[in-house]
Each structure stands twice: as structure tokens, then as C-alpha cells.
Design a protein around this ligand. Sequence first.
Ligand code: EPU
Length: 424
Amino acid sequence: MKSIQISNPTGEPHFSGEVQISGAKNAAIPIIIAATLAQGRVTLERIPRVTDVFSTIELIREMGSDVRWENENTLVILPGIRRDAGILTRQHVRFSILALGIFFAKGIPAGIPMPGGCNIGERPIDIHLAVLQELGARIRTENGIALLEGIAKKTDEKRSIRLRLPSVGATFNAVFSCVLGVRQVTTIHNCAREPEVQDCCNFLVACGAQISGIGTGTLVVRGVETLGGCGYSIIDDRIEAATYTIAAVLCNSCLRVIYKNPPDITALTDLLTRIGATITISPAEIAIDPCSHLSCFEMNTGFYPGLATDIQPLLLPLALKIGNCRIVETIYEMRVNNIPELQKMGGDIQYTRREYLEISTRKSDLHAAEVTATDLRGGMSLVLAALGTRGTTTIRHAEEIDRGYERYEEKLQNIGVDLKILPG
Ligand code: EPU
């Protein structure tokens, strides 16, 4: 178990400077998996060194690829898929489910343990399975393993599938399943449009795939015979950029968030500007300056370009500082693990489940406490809460945060935060 401690003796704004945003974890993971479809060397730049990425590397090694770090954030993959992969042994990250699309594309039967990932409510895989089945896969689930038993790739030249919901992961599986296969043209309706989906499609195009409609809800994939290797640089992590932006607003601090794609978090920056935050957006930077007053807000999470569900837990410390805020979580019905921990810090926060999860806050002066990170974004929300709180807060199980935030301790220390990693 890893623990960290954040101290703020006065409770006053206490950091300033700039933070450089890393490559996006949620783009890096599917791109590393997609690389296994290629036949030449793939060099990926700006891969964040976070534990979910390390698990993904282990996954593709087990699938049969050679992987090595060329330098701090550059990963070199010599793609390969073992024809005798059998049943993969580890649960890895949630995105291990994407191995199904890869094995399907390569026509190799395999067993994939049902995915892990954050504990944020029910995370079914029915859309993944439906997509693959529609494309001709015979899949059985047994004892927590999805067994890809038979592959009768449909031979129609033009086919069309529709996702029940624009699931990010199922969109990857649909695309992976269709990129190989000459003369096949597949139209995938109701796709996810998230920037990470766009990035992974752009990566596949760089390898020679033919995909049109990237960034829209309808992707058209023309199968090609093979994919070659390529060099590719991952987009900036929009959730990390959102995290530091919220931290600065919460602590009424001056911060420059060096981030190349501000339009990808417009739902958040619009919200913060509307409630009174001082935010200046430039092409490669978001600058936050102190403001005199913040108003209460109501907000729903949603599929892109809506407010990302991953930002919801991060907004709660701010919603507690302001009071009378209401956030409706429409993506994950039980993304609430951080709420009891925020309550330990004195947060007056409630939730109910009607059609969706509804979270409401009253103005609260948080106090330091010992709290536990129960998932990645929930864990980071406790870091944000600690930043804005007088005293010393200890966060246990901080390894959850290492799953998705690259060098966050160092980044926070560099802007003046008193953060210690506790021994043992
Ligand atoms: N869904 C189904 N059936 C499926 C798949 C999804 O009902 O077969 C539902 C989910 O239960 C959820 C909604 O569809 O209600 C959206 O889920 P989606 O499949 O889009 O999520 P995901 O692909 O499993 C990725 C990110 C999550 C992020 C979501 C939503 C990665 C590794 N994970 O998950 O990121 O919250 O998209 O944007 O990219 C995180 O980084 O902390 C994280 C949890």
C-alpha cells in the first residue's frame, strides 16, 4: 500500500506555476493494443508511464508482441500475435477486452479474462460481445472468461452494425474487428466520438488502415490486407488537463496548464467560466487566475462532447467549496466511491439514484483527515480536496492514482504543493 500526505498549514492558496500535461492514458492503452494488428515496428511517443499502461504492455507481451521502452515516454513495439495464445492468464486492465477484437481480426481463437479496471459501478461488456457476434464471432462466457471459439467472418462486401450505446471500448473493438479484410466495407453506427477514439483511429490510419468519419458518430472502415508499422505521438491527456484546471480554480491559484487540445474539454472550461472562474484559453495552454466569487452550478455528465464522467469525481471538492451544486452522473450509476471519503473530511454531500445518479452538495469547510483512494479518479478527487484544506491529509492506497496520473506527486511539488510519499 502506498500513502501520500498533503499539507497546507494555512488553508490559503498555495501553489502557482505551470504543469505540463502528459500523453493520454486512455488513448495510449487502446493504441498499444491496436499496434498488435500491424506487421512492422511501431514507435509510440508520449506514452505516459502509469501502471495501467504497464499492465497493457504485459497484456500484449502475453499476446505475443515484443515491447521495450526506447526512452522515458517512447515505446517500441514489434507486433506479434501467438496463434496458440489460449486463455490469457491475467485480468489486466479493463481494456484487456480489446484483445477479443484483435484475436478476431487475426482469426485466432482465444480466451480473455473478463475485464478489471476501476470499481465505479456495473461495467457490462454486452455491446463488445454483440458487435463481435454480429461480425461473425462465436463467443461463450464461462467462469469469468470470454472464449472466442469460432470465427466465421462474414463475407458480404458491405455491412452495417449499430452500437446500442456509443461505448468507447466497444467502438475500439468494432474498429479492430474490421480494419483487416480486403473488399469488406463496414459502417459502424452510433460510435463513440471521444478524442481518444479519434486518436486510436488516426493511429490505425497512420499504419495504413482506411477509416473515414473519424470524430463523428458513424465510422466507415474499408478493410485492408495488412497494416504496416509507423511512428505516432499520443494526444495530451484531457482528464489530466481537467484535473489541474479544477485544482487551480478550487485553490484560487495562478496556474498555466500546458495542454495542446483545450477544445477537448470545452464542456468543463465553459462550466468553470460560467460560474465565475478566470480562465484564458490559448491554442496550447489554459491559464487560470484567481477570481472573486464562484456561483453554484448544475451539470450532467455525458458522452463526448458532453462533460466526461471521469471529471465528475474531480468536480466534487469544488462543488463542496461552493455549495448548492448538483451533478447528474449519466454514464456510471455508482461512481460514488469517493463520497464517503469526502464526508470524512466534513463534506456535506448526498446522492440518490433515480433514473440517473444525482449528487448534491452543501457548502462545506473541509478538514484534514485520513482517507482512502478507492479508484483512480476518486483517489485524485481526494488529492484535490486535500489541496484546498487546512492541515495535513493522508491518502491511503494512493497506488490507485498511479494507474492513470503520470508523476503527479512531482508535478504538484514543482508548483509548490507540500506533498510527501510516506515510507512503507
Ligand atoms: N456499457 C454497456 N455495455 C458495454 C460497454 C459499455 O452497457 O458493453 C455502458 C457502460 O456501463 C457505461 C457506458 O456504456 O455506462 C460507457 O462505457 P464505455 O464503454 O464508454 O467505457 P469504457 O470504454 O469501459 C472508457 C474509459 C473510462 C471512461 C469511459 C467513459 C478507458 C481505459 N476507460 O471506459 O475511463 O470513464 O470510457 O468515457 O479508456 C478512467 O480513466 O478513470 C476511466 C474509468
